[in-house]
Design a protein. Structure first.
Length: 202
C-alpha cells in the first residue's frame, strides 16, 4: 500500500496520528487498524465535500487546505458554522451518526487534501479498541459540547466586536486566508458591517 506523503517529510498518516494523540494515546494495534481505513482525497477550491441533502458516510481529517461548513437561511443568507483548517476533522456528524440528510454543505475554500475514513467502519473500532473509544468520547466532548455551547450563545447574544475577538482566538491563522464575506458569514453580520466596524477590506 502506498502511504500518502507530505512535503514536510512526515506522512499524512503521521500527521493524523500526531493529532489523535493530543486526545489520548493509542496502542500499536489500534493505530494499525485505524490507519487501514484512511484514504487520501483532494478537493479543489470550490468543490463540495458534503452537500445539503446528502447522506454522508465519511469524515475527513484535513492535512492541507481549508473547508467551511455552512447553510443558507430563510432569507437566502449564507451562515458559516465552522471552519476546518489543517488538523481538524471535518464532517456533518449528526447526519453521519443518524444516516440522515445533511443540513449543511462543507466546501473547500482552498485546494484541500484530506485523509477520509468510513464512519461506520470507524465505529466498529470504537467498540473493539478501548483507546479509540477514549478518543471518540473526548473528541465529542470537546468539539460538540464544550466548544459548541459558548459559540451558540455568543452568536445570539454577543456584540459583533466580541464575536470577532472570539473568532481571532479560535482561528488565529485564518484571517489572511479568508475573504471578507467568509468572516462576515461566520460572525452573522454583513460584509459592509465588517468593513465599517473593523476596517476589513480584503
Amino acid at each position: 500500500m502506498t502511504v500518502p506523503q507530505l512535503n514536510t517529510g512526515k506522512t499524512m498518516t503521521d500527521q493524523f496520528f500526531l493529532k489523535i494523540r493530543t486526545y489520548t494515546d493509542l496502542t500499536t494495534e489500534a493505530e494499525t487498524a485505524w490507519a487501514a481505513l484512511l484514504k487520501e482525497k483532494t478537493c479543489h477550491k470550490g468543490d463540495n465535500y458534503i452537500s445539503v441533502g446528502q447522506i454522508p458516510k465519511k469524515v475527513a481529517f484535513v492535512t492541507k487546505g481549508l473547508f467551511s461548513q455552512y447553510y443558507i437561511d430563510d432569507n437566502g443568507e449564507t451562515i458559516i458554522k465552522y471552519f476546518f483548517p489543517e488538523g481538524r476533522i471535518a464532517g456533518s456528524i449528526p447526519a453521519t451518526l443518524t444516516q440522515s440528510e445533511s443540513l449543511f454543505t462543507i466546501t473547500a475554500l482552498e485546494e484541500t487534501t484530506v485523509l477520509e475514513y468510513n464512519f461506520a467502519e470507524f465505529k466498529k473500532l470504537v467498540f473493539t479498541y478501548p483507546d479509540i473509544a477514549r478518543f471518540y468520547i473526548r473528541y465529542l466532548e470537546q468539539h460538540w459540547i464544550i466548544d459548541k455551547e459558548p459559540y451558540e450563545v455568543s452568536l445570539r447574544s454577543d456584540a459583533a466586536k466580541v464575536r470577532y475577538a472570539a473568532f481571532l482566538h479560535k482561528y488565529p491563522d485564518l484571517v489572511k486566508r479568508l475573504k471578507k464575506h467568509h468572516i462576515a458569514a461566520y460572525l452573522g453580520i454583513t460584509p459592509t458591517q465588517l468593513s465599517r466596524v473593523f476596517g476589513y477590506s480584503k
